[in-house]
Design a protein around this ligand. Structure first.
Ligand SMILES: Nc1ncnc2c1ncn2[C@@H]1O[C@H](COP(=O)(O)OP(=O)(O)OP(=O)(O)O)[C@@H](O)[C@H]1O
Ligand SMILES: [Mg+2]
Length: 233
């Protein structure tokens, strides 16, 4: 059985009288320890899918099986436990706690799990060794994004879900972050899912799930992912 199995998953949003299907009969699998990229244009339904995989949101129909458990059937309480222990999540818009420093934001996440990585070391690995005591408002967008990545990675999660993790980063910092995310799968065995609209990132993935208009258009398996040093955007 695959680590992630999404089966006939549909998510509808109701606003007034209109109903939008943000995910429409989505099907895909991701193997344990793989790095998968969900690629698609703005509005394709990528964040919706990632939020459902991370137990932040629930689908309207279908199955979302993670490590043999259908999280679509979970109660709110079971979802909290799943999010807390299994999931590292990098939000598209960071979601840092404004009143905590970079280090405290990472500690907040690492403290709730047992096998966490050292918060300071993790911040150093994303190039923020000199900004440990800065508050989010004192950091640039790209720096805040890296704190968000450190926060997710420091939990040593079984499943690492990243929404546009390089969106606010320059070329070199973006590559540095992708290397950390790839190491999470290659070295630590985490199953990593990256959502992006940037097609240049796709070649580093073991699997690319192309989304278009709320559906999966096609899936590519990549036996020989490209080295991060060899991609360009
Ligand atoms: N809470 C919500 N209420 C109503 N509609 C929503 C909600 N969240 C998302 N949608 C709609 O669902 C569709 C998919 O949104 P989603 O955020 O998943 O797209 P995306 O692929 O992540 O786009 P982007 O690349 O711009 O982040 C969009 O049409 C969006 O307007
Ligand atoms: Mg999005």
């Amino acid at each position: 059985m695959s680590y992630i199995e999404v089966i006939h998953e549909t998510k509808r949003y109701k606003t007034g009288d209109t109903v939008i299907a943000a995910n429409n009969d989505v099907n895909f699998t991701v193997e344990r320890g793989e790095l998968a990229v969900i690629l698609g244009a703005s509005g394709a339904g990528k964040s919706t899918m990632l939020n459902i995989l991370g137990g932040m949101d629930t689908c309207s129909e279908g199955q979302v099986i993670i490590d043999g458990h259908d999280i679509a059937q979970y109660s709110a309480k079971e979802r909290v436990t799943y999010r807390r222990h299994d999931v590292g999540f990098v939000f598209q818009f960071y979601n840092l706690v404004p009143s905590l420093t970079a280090r405290e934001n990472v500690e907040l996440a690492s403290q709730i799990v047992q096998d966490s990585a050292d918060p300071t070391e993790t911040l150093i690995s994303v190039g923020l060794g000199k900004r440990l005591d800065s508050f989010p408002a004192q950091l640039s967008g790209g720096e805040q994004q890296r704190v968000a990545i450190a926060r997710a990675v420091a939990k040593n999660p079984k499943i690492l879900l990243c929404d546009e993790p390089t969106g606010a980063l320059d070329y070199n910092t973006g590559k540095q972050v992708l290397r950390i995310l790839q190491d999470m799968s290659r070295v630590h065995g985490a199953t990593v899912v990256i959502v992006t609209h940037n097609a240049a990132i796709a070649p580093i993935a073991d699997r690319v799930i192309h989304m278009h208009d709320a559906r999966v258009q096609r899936i590519e398996e990549n036996a020989n992912p490209t080295d991060i040093d060899d991609i360009e955007w």
